[in-house]
Ligand binder design. Sequence first.
Ligand SMILES: C[S@@+](CC[C@H](N)C(=O)[O-])C[C@H]1O[C@@H](n2cnc3c(N)ncnc32)[C@H](O)[C@@H]1O
Length: 243
Amino acid sequence: MKIHISNKDFIKNVEDVSIFLKAEITFDIPKNKSYLFYDKDGLSYIKDASFPRERLHVDFLKGKLAWRIKRSQHEGKLKKALGKPKRTLSIFDATAGLLSDSMIFLSLGHKVVALEQSKIIYSLVNDALDRAGNKISYLKNLTFINEDSIAFYKKNYENFDVIYLDPMYPIIKKNTKKTGNIEHIKKILEYEELKKEDSEIIEEFLKCKFKKIILKRPLKSKKTYSNINYQVKGKTTKFDIYL
Ligand SMILES: C[S@@+](CC[C@H](N)C(=O)[O-])C[C@H]1O[C@@H](n2cnc3c(N)ncnc32)[C@H](O)[C@@H]1O
């Protein structure tokens, strides 16, 4: 993996990430490969050098995600899945990804420990967190860690109020257009050889000690693990709740 920068002024901004990812910094546009790109907007991932406009970029201050976070009170299904807590919850997000769901939990006033296994995804999100800096006050309630969440949870067991699981799910429709963030995430996980069956993380956490697990699934997914307590259904996804 290379990090492409167009301007030498950006070198200092990408030095840490280049060391963390063991990624070479280059001024030449990498050809025929996926690569990271840094410009005035921050760090992005380009999954195919032939389509450099299709990039994965995380931004908590502007765009779709920022809009979703600002309207967190409208996240009816996710709020229903959390219940009606009268106090701050401690939430363990075992599949942090681009941190969208965790940002909703945080903006609703909860505390979050979020784990992401991929170093590349972690770097993209960390860059967005750095840019958001002190502009989002509730980020002080976030701990974001680059590690396998199953191993971490077993080592550092804490009685979290909620374990949140949103594993990658198999594409149900064969003809689904291969665009969007999920396709980028998949490509990154393939590159880092981190692709595992989604059932593994679900089964592992169900075996652990927990107060409540919220499992996000596609609405049409059939497999339900034993002892499900209730479901909150949305238009395309559902939340399976285990107590
Ligand atoms: C569908 S995405 C999660 C999206 C996330 N809920 C969001 O709002 O952006 C699944 C993510 O979980 C991560 N993941 C899967 N298994 C993991 C594990 N055992 N430990 C840490 N991260 C894991 C994957 O790397 C991927 O980034």
